[in-house]
Design a protein. Structure first.
Ligand SMILES: CCCC(=O)SCCNC(=O)CCNC(=O)[C@H](O)C(C)(C)COP(=O)(O)OP(=O)(O)OC[C@H]1O[C@@H](n2cnc3c(N)ncnc32)[C@H](O)[C@@H]1OP(=O)(O)O
Length: 311
C-alpha cells in the first residue's frame, strides 16, 4: 500500500513539473536565454581562440589609382570555406579598409573559381561548443564590412553556400557568373543563419523572400537568383572565368565608382547612417552635415563651370 502511495505521489509530481514547464516555455523566453549567451562578446578573447583554427587566408589589394580594392578568400582546396584564422584575417582586412582614405569600391571574391562554401566543416566540427562566440565575431566583422564607406560587390563564381551566401549579403551588390549557384543551405546542415544573413535579407528583400530563401535551403542558378532580387547582375556567358574579375571591376567602376572618392564615401555613409538611425530628424541632420561639407567646395565649383547637361 505504501509503495502504491509513493508511486502515485511520484506520478503527480512528474505531471505537475511537465505542466509547469509547458506553461512557462515560450519562444520568447528561449530566445532571451539564447541571446544572453552572445551578449557583450569579448571580441579579443574570441579572436585568440579563432586564430587557433588554422588554414587559408583572406588577402587584400588596394589600388590607389582606381580606388577599387579586392579582398580575396584563399582556401581553394576547400572551396574557400572559412576557417577560424580566415575569420580573424577578414576582420583585420575590414579594419584596414575602414582607414582607407582614397577608396571608392570593394570587390570580394574567392580564388580557384568558387566564392565560398560556408564555414570550413573541419573547423565547425571542432567548434561545436563555440557557436555564440563565433557568430558574435562574424556579426561584428560583417556588419563593419556592410557599413564601410565604399560601394562593395561580391563576385559570385562557382559555389556560394551557407555562410558564403551570408557573406555575400554583407556587400552592397552581388554580381554572378552565369554558371554559378547560390544557396542558404544552413537549415539542411541543422543550423540557422549565424553570420547575420537573416537580418540583412529582411532589409534587402523583405520578410517574405527572406523566409523563403532561408527555410527552403534551395540552391539557385544565376537566372533564378536574379529573379529573386538576390543578385544585381549576371556576367556574360562568353567570358572565361579569368576575365570575370576585370569585367566586375568595369561594372563597379562605371556604375557606382565613377565620381570623386569623397563624394562616394559621403553618399555611402549617409545611406548607412540613415539605415542605422531610422528617426527622420536624426538622419536628416547627418545628411545636412555631409551635404554642407561639399556645398561651395572645389568639386561643386568645377561641376558648375563645366556646364554639364544630363541628357
Ligand atoms: C557557420 C556556417 C554554416 C554553414 O556555412 S553551413 C554550409 C556548410 N557548407 C557545406 O555544407 C558545403 C559542403 N560541400 C559541398 O556541398 C560541395 O563540396 C561543394 C561546395 C558544392 C563543391 O562541390 P565540388 O565542386 O563537387 O567539390 P567537392 O565536393 O569535391 O569539394 C572539394 C573539396 O572541398 C572540400 N569542401 C567543400 N566545402 C567544404 C567546407 N565547407 N568545409 C570543408 N571542406 C569543404 C570537400 O570536402 C573536398 O575536399 P576533398 O577533396 O574531399 O578533400
Amino acid at each position: 500500500m505504501i509503495k502504491i502511495n509513493i508511486l502515485i505521489a511520484t506520478l503527480i509530481n512528474m505531471a505537475t513539473r511537465l505542466f509547469k514547464s509547458i506553461l512557462t516555455w515560450s519562444p520568447q523566453s528561449s530566445v532571451s536565454r539564447f541571446l544572453s549567451v552572445i551578449n557583450q562578446p569579448d571580441l579579443l578573447a574570441i579572436r585568440k581562440d579563432l586564430q587557433k583554427f588554422e588554414g587559408g587566408s583572406v588577402d587584400l589589394h588596394t589600388d590607389e589609382e582606381t580606388g577599387i580594392a579586392v579582398m580575396t578568400l584563399n582556401n581553394p582546396e576547400k572551396r574557400n570555406s572559412l576557417t577560424g584564422k580566415m575569420m580573424v584575417d577578414m576582420a583585420d582586412r575590414v579594419s584596414q579598409l575602414e582607414k582607407w582614405a582614397n577608396g571608392r569600391g570593394l570587390i570580394v571574391l574567392g580564388t580557384g573559381g568558387h566564392f565560398c562554401s560556408g564555414g570550413d566543416l573541419t573547423f565547425v566540427q571542432k567548434a561545436l561548443h563555440y557557436g555564440g562566440e563565433m557568430a558574435a565575431f562574424q556579426h561584428d566583422t560583417l556588419t563593419r564590412l556592410h557599413n564601410l564607406p565604399l560601394v562593395s560587390v561580391a563576385l559570385l563564381q562557382g559555389h556560394t553556400l551557407g555562410g558564403g551566401a551570408e557573406l555575400s549579403t554583407a556587400c552592397d551588390f552581388r554580381v554572378m557568373s552565369s554558371t554559378a549557384r547560390i544557396g542558404f543551405v544552413q537549415i539542411k546542415m541543422g543550423v540557422t543563419a549565424g553570420w547575420g544573413a537573416t537580418t540583412r535579407l529582411v532589409h534587402l528583400l523583405g520578410r517574405h523572400k527572406a523566409l523563403g530563401l532561408l527555410s527552403s535551403a534551395k540552391v539557385f542558378s544565376a537566372e533564378e537568383a536574379l529573379g529573386e532580387g538576390l543578385v544585381d547582375h549576371i556576367l556574360p556567358y562568353s567570358l572565361a572565368q579569368s576575365e570575370e574579375l576585370d569585367e566586375c571591376k568595369k561594372w563597379l567602376s562605371s556604375n557606382y565608382c565613377a565620381y570623386d572618392a569623397d563624394l562616394i564615401q559621403g553618399v555611402k555613409s549617409s545611406v548607412v547612417y540613415s539605415e542605422l538611425n531610422p528617426d527622420i530628424n536624426t538622419s536628416l541632420k547627418f545628411e545636412r552635415e555631409v551635404f554642407t561639407k561639399f556645398w561651395g567646395g572645389p568639386l561643386q565649383k568645377a561641376a558648375l563651370a563645366a556646364k554639364i547637361k544630363h541628357k
